[in-house]
Design a protein around this ligand. Structure first.
Ligand SMILES: Nc1ncnc2c1ncn2[C@@H]1O[C@H](COP(=O)(O)OP(=O)(O)OP(=O)(O)O)[C@@H](O)[C@H]1O
Ligand SMILES: [Mg+2]
Length: 271
C-alpha cells in the first residue's frame, strides 16, 4: 500500500489566510438559482469534499472557484487575490469525471500537455516522471489512451493536473466512472500526491469516499443550492483502509448519510 507522506507542520503556514475564501456566493442560470448565499473557507492544506444531491450546485461551485463561470453575486478569493489573478498565474489544476486525454498523444505526452503549453519552469520533466511513478504509471509513458484502462487514464489526468504544480486542485467526481476497487486505490494515490499540501476541493457522490479522504465534508442541499452542514472529519492521518472498519468511521458515515437524507428531503419539498 502507498504510504501517505507526513503532512508538513501547520506552524509554517499562515493559518490566518485561507487559500480559498468564498463569500455570499449566488449563481443564477436565468431563473434557476443554482447557488445561494454560499460561504466557505478552505485552508491552505485542507482536503474539502462537497457532497449533496444531484443539482445542489457542486459543479457550479467548483466552476466559480476555478473562474470558469462568474457568480451573479458574492466573491471568491484565492490566496487573498482575485480568481482572475489566480487564473493568470495558472493556479488551478482541474480533474473531471472524464479523463479527456488526447487520443493521438501517448500517456506521458498527455501528462505533460498543460505543463508544455505553459512552458518554462512548469515543464519539469523530472517532476512529471516522479508523479507518473507515484501514481503507478511508470512504464506506460508510450501507451496511447486506447491502450489504457479507465483507472489508468484517470491517473494520467491527475498527473496532468499536478504536473505544472498548481496552487489549488479542483476535482469534480474524478473517480465516479471507475469500479469500486480502482476507486479505492486511486483515493490512496490521491492522498499520497496531495501530501504536497495544496488545498483540494473534491466533488463526490460517495459518502465513504468523502469521509475517508477529507478533512471536512461540506454537505449541500438543493433548490437553491447552499451549504447544509460543514462536517469536520476527525480521523487521524495517514488514513488507512482499516479505519473504514472502525466505529468512528461508521459514526461519521452515518451522520453524513442522515444529512444527505435531510438534503434530499428539503430538495423534494422545494420541487
Ligand atoms: N449551464 C447551465 N444552464 C442552466 N442551468 C444550469 C446550468 N448548469 C447547471 N444548471 C442548473 O444549476 C443547478 C446546479 O447544477 P450543478 O451542475 O452545479 O449541480 P451538481 O450538484 O453538480 O449536480 P450533479 O450531482 O448531478 O453533478 C441545477 O439545477 C442545474 O440544472
Ligand atoms: Mg456536478
Amino acid at each position: 500500500m502507498l504510504a501517505e507522506r507526513p503532512r508538513s507542520s501547520v506552524a509554517d503556514v499562515d493559518s490566518r489566510e485561507p487559500s480559498i475564501s468564498i463569500r455570499g456566493l449566488r449563481v443564477a442560470y436565468g431563473r434557476t438559482v443554482a447557488l445561494s448565499d454560499t460561504t466557505l473557507d478552505i485552508g491552505p492544506r485542507e482536503f474539502v469534499s462537497l457532497l449533496g444531491p444531484s443539482g445542489c450546485g457542486k459543479t457550479t461551485l467548483l466552476k466559480v472557484v476555478g473562474g470558469l463561470i462568474r457568480p451573479t453575486a458574492g466573491e471568491v478569493r484565492i490566496a487573498n487575490g482575485t480568481v482572475e489573478e489566480a487564473r493568470r498565474r495558472r493556479a488551478f489544476g482541474f480533474v473531471f469525471q472524464d479523463a479527456t486525454l488526447l487520443p493521438w498523444r501517448r500517456a506521458g505526452s498527455n501528462a505533460r500537455l498543460l505543463a508544455e503549453i505553459i512552458g518554462g519552469k512548469a515543464l519539469d520533466q523530472a517532476r512529471i516522471d516522479g508523479l507518473l511513478r507515484t501514481v503507478g504509471l511508470a512504464g506506460f509513458d508510450d501507451s496511447y489512451p486506447s491502450q489504457l484502462s479507465g483507472g489508468m487514464k484517470q491517473r494520467v489526468a491527475i498527473v496532468r493536473a499536478l504536473a505544472f504544480d498548481p496552487q489549488v486542485l479542483l476535482m469534480d467526481e474524478p473517480f465516479a466512472a471507475l469500479d469500486a476497487l480502482t476507486r479505492d486505490r486511486l483515493g490512496e494515490v490521491l492522498l499520497h500526491v496531495w501530501a504536497e499540501s495544496k488545498p483540494i476541493l473534491f466533488v463526490t457522490h460517495s459518502i465513504e469516499e468523502a469521509a475517508f479522504l477529507s478533512d471536512r465534508v461540506v454537505v449541500m442541499r438543493a433548490r437553491p443550492g447552499r451549504v447544509l452542514e460543514d462536517v469536520q472529519i476527525d480521523l487521524p492521518r495517514p488514513r488507512l483502509h482499516e479505519m473504514k472498519e472502525s466505529h468512528e468511521f461508521f459514526e461519521i458515515t452515518r451522520r453524513l448519510r442522515r444529512l444527505i437524507d435531510e438534503a434530499q428531503a428539503t430538495a423534494e419539498e422545494a420541487r
